[in-house]
Design a protein around this ligand. Sequence first.
Ligand code: FAD
Length: 474
Amino acid sequence: MSKEFDVLVIGGGPGGYVAAIRAAQLGFKTACCESNPYADPKGEPRLGGTCLNVGCIPSKALLHTSHLFEEAGHAFEGQGISVGTPKIDVPKMIARKSGIVDQLTGGIKGLFKKNKVTLLNGHGAFVGKADAGWQVQVGEELVTAKQVIVATGSAPRHLPGVPVDNKIVCDNVGALDLDAVPKKLAVIGAGVIGLEMGSVWRRLGAEVTVLEAMPEFLSLADQDVAKEALKVFTKQGLKFNLGVTIGEVKVGKKGVSIAYRDKDGAEQKLEADRLIVSVGRVPNTQGLNAEAVGLKLNERGQIEVDDHCKTNLPGVWAVGDVVRGPMLAHKAMEEAVMVAELMAGQAGHCNFDTVPWVLYTSPEIAWVGKTEQQLKAAGVAYKVGKIPFLANGRALGMGDSTGFVKMLADATTDRILGVHIIGANASELISEAVVAMEFAGCSEDLARICHAHPTLSEVVHEAALACDKRPLHF
Ligand code: FAD
């Protein structure tokens, strides 16, 4: 006898658990299965996927602690506070991080109970289709569901021939769990994860060298922001080698030796105590038995979906990191809600043009919409409003006035096309731009809105005013 549901969600990360909760709220008899690579030592299942267990949340906890440590070491003195030389207790910092993870993952179990979602502990794999719906093997049980949402997420990409032991050579899992500050840390990949993890361990005292294959730094970001970021991070002590080709990586008991060719073609060697490999992520489709039911994947191994996250199979949907688009938790959650609402016959919607990007470095970097280089390439006529945080009283009071806000608006219609921020609290400030763009707002709309004084949001306001060449404080 198989268990029967209206909806089965495969995977309990941000895409999966949100899809399950919303589907249940809309009246579907819903189950969510999770294969639980993050089960605790007692085998207790943990929901939340990459994001809560080994991604967004633990990384932000460590970024916060390391930021405080750095402030105590460098910034307090200038404000008249003496605390002596700060010391870091790494196991205590890691335990605090793990406590936050436990609290949040446990919270999702509570949300499942509240919303009457059935949690199935086991790996989900397609079996076939019967009259009652799609059949999926979950652990020992056969489950039948009228509709299936695949939300199996992604896993770290590893370098060929370089085994990750999460002790000497780490991916995101090990990088969030080091037992001590390495003296020398090598990072391969200057993407979001490499920069965030490199920042954590640099702030705590490691000598960090980042090797990146792309000749351009942060090629996805507006290049004005990328240039400023490279300047600031380098000043902070992160060492960057861009445009490199990685050669042989030799792993010993105490460290690694990385051979690489630099941007001029010269052979180089980097010795380090630890290596973090952050060269991207691959979609999790292995073990899903996609071929048994003819579920189509694209050339990148992602499940092929349309703008509404429909796959080629009727009643089978896919969301989050396992499909195209940015690998971001909030994008996964947006898609999840859209799918549940479409299943219920509602007008589910996900605007991919207003998905914000954030790097939680110091200063933070955040953007939404088009970059200046994208607008140039598309031949769009635009105007620019750019204001530094240095002109803002709150930023000066906080002792954190690095960076700027840059707004790009259509030269004819004034509609906001992109907003790019490097500076304190950029992760929060970007929401104003997202709201404005979601409502098809113009720079004049933001310029005419009253912003509280003194706040960092006044820099967004001034950037909007600057689009019309009438800033008041710069
Ligand atoms: P996942 O979170 O990967 O969840 C998929 C789940 O499915 C997993 O629990 C997995 O065990 C389970 N699963 C897989 N296959 C099966 C199967 N066959 N049966 C049952 N279960 C299965 N994003 C942000 O937006 N902000 C950030 O600050 C941020 N920071 C990050 C920091 C790091 C270090 C990393 C690694 C990622 C970060 N991300 C961040 C990305 C974010 O974690 C992902 O975009 C997000 O988790 C994707 O959600 P998902 O539900 O698609 O997949």
